[in-house]
Write a protein that binds this ligand. Sequence first.
Ligand SMILES: *Cc1c(COP(=O)(O)O)cnc(C)c1O
Length: 364
Amino acid sequence: MKKHNYSAGPCILPKEVFEKSAQAILNFNNSDLSILEISHRSKDFVAVMDEARVLVLELLGLEGKGYQALFLQGGASLEFLMVPYNLMKVDGKAAYLDTGTWANNAIKEAKHFGETVVVASSKEQNYNFIPKDYSIPTDASYFHCTSNNTIFGTQMKSFPETNVPVVCDMSSDIFSRTLDFSKFDLIYAGAQKNMGPAGTTLVVVKEEILGKSGRTIPSMLDYEKHIKAESMYNTPAVFPVYASLLTLQWLKNLGGIPAIEKINEAKANLLYTEIDRNPLFKGTAAVEDRSNMNATFLLENPEHQETFDKMWKEAGISGLAGHRSVGGYRASMYNALPLESVQVLVDVMQKLEEVFSVQSQLAE
Ligand SMILES: *Cc1c(COP(=O)(O)O)cnc(C)c1O
């Protein structure tokens, strides 16, 4: 049975990406060799890396604007410390917006390097909204924010206007919506939410912000060294980069970010309309800050849980359990999740309402 995969990450990828990457493991580019057994310096793989880096900038509309795309390792979590290492001036400070677990982890790492100013936080309300009234110190080396809070189901709909360089963790909504990406000076994203398998991290950086921190940076943590080596300073994550390229090609053929954005909006509208309409459910995030990628919701009555869980599992839905820090349910609707899968979930929610309204009528 076909699964409707709502996993928060690693997560669903397009079917053709699975098929083509399976083929490349058996016979890559008709070379009679597997992609897993060739040199990362071979002509065929260098072409993969080059195309992936070009396609990233093309899809984001950043070609020819002084940006570089890198495929690194260590996950988004390593970027939490690479960012301050490369950008926070010695004796300088950095500004952070605290919108959830991942933002908090980024703040923790920045503190190893210098003064870390948290300009606003929604922690007191279990991160169920995005703070909007705050000011960014003009002498900060950079401002860091998280565009989509994977765990708490909130998403920044606008970004502050500032002269300070803007750094954004876009792990869970990169390539999902149109934005003026040139407003960001550094964007990073672990591949496994919306771009590919786990094992590589995308970094998109405006070159002119580098080399100004006054720090001596170890080679593997130095963006400038990775740029110079064209993401091959050491052996890159060959297979995750290849599968990411396939996903980027899939997105381009679909019509790029504007096309997927329409589909993502349709999916989110369908689900949120049902969450708001159905008396058995309630959303956990402030309506204006709701994420189009991760919808978090609860049952009004926890006694319905057993029945609901049985029903969605029987419908072929997978990965719907909420993160332990929010509880309830989380429907992750990344780019590759089809609209039909959301319809299946909405149908189950409506069936649950029917089941319990029949039961309460019988009880009367
Ligand atoms: C998952 C996630 C991370 C952590 O990514 P890793 O690649 O596992 O280090 C960081 N930030 C956000 C927003 C995430 O969703």
